[in-house]
Design a protein around this ligand. Sequence first.
Ligand code: ZN
Length: 265
Amino acid sequence: MAYSSIFYLFSHFFVQLLTNGGNERAIPSFGPSQIGVHQSVEDGQLRRIYLSFDDGPNLGTSNCIRICSNQKVAATFFEVGFHQARNKKGQRLYQKILKNDSLFAICNHSFSHAYTKYLTYYHHPQEAFADFMQAQTLLKPKNNVLRLPGNNAWNTKEVKRASGLVRPLVQQLDSANFNIIGWDMEWRYNKKGSPIKSPEAIVLLVDSLFRLNLTVTKNHLVILMHDHMFRTAKDSINLNKMIALLKQNPRYRFEKLTHYPGLKN
Ligand SMILES: [Zn+2]
């Protein structure tokens, strides 16, 4: 086994251990990249954080938009076409993200989210590809970045990580010039949909992954969260706190995933 594979397995295991799991779960329906005041840090010392919110628009999306706007941090929303299309509220939230182009990116997270039947979805790559194209038509993202539902696959110019299950779909999306981006760590949620760990614990994990160089790309870290986790006032305070704590580190900068290194144009 190649060294890189061993390293990946080790780091993947470590991250799984720290984050208490890996695969995201779907909830059924229900400026510049960084703005802010920072101490002066040389470019080479900077560490880039990519906040990503999946499966919206839904009940938590407006809190995510509000908090990131107020904190002036960049974020990426991986939207589900079906959630955007199902009612006027979904469309309004989508427009709200779209309007704040300097901070936010909307990316394709499929039309159906596989209706949470992931095995069936990935066993039919042609239909899955068509599902992504349907979302592309609907969401009209201004980029070629997407994320697979329920699967942490990566496919850019520089990173190729896909299990046998999703590889046929990944190859089709690759041929159509899409980038696929997964995540380095997930802020997971409990059965009620609330974040499991405290903001402080998440920040410690971010610090550790950077320090131990356990991210997919050195000095770049992608955090997966789900909009619905922050639908209540109590839980959204935790998102606000986590971001505020991260901002205290002068080496950290927030970026949209459209600025991740090594993307195909
Ligand atoms: Zn998802």
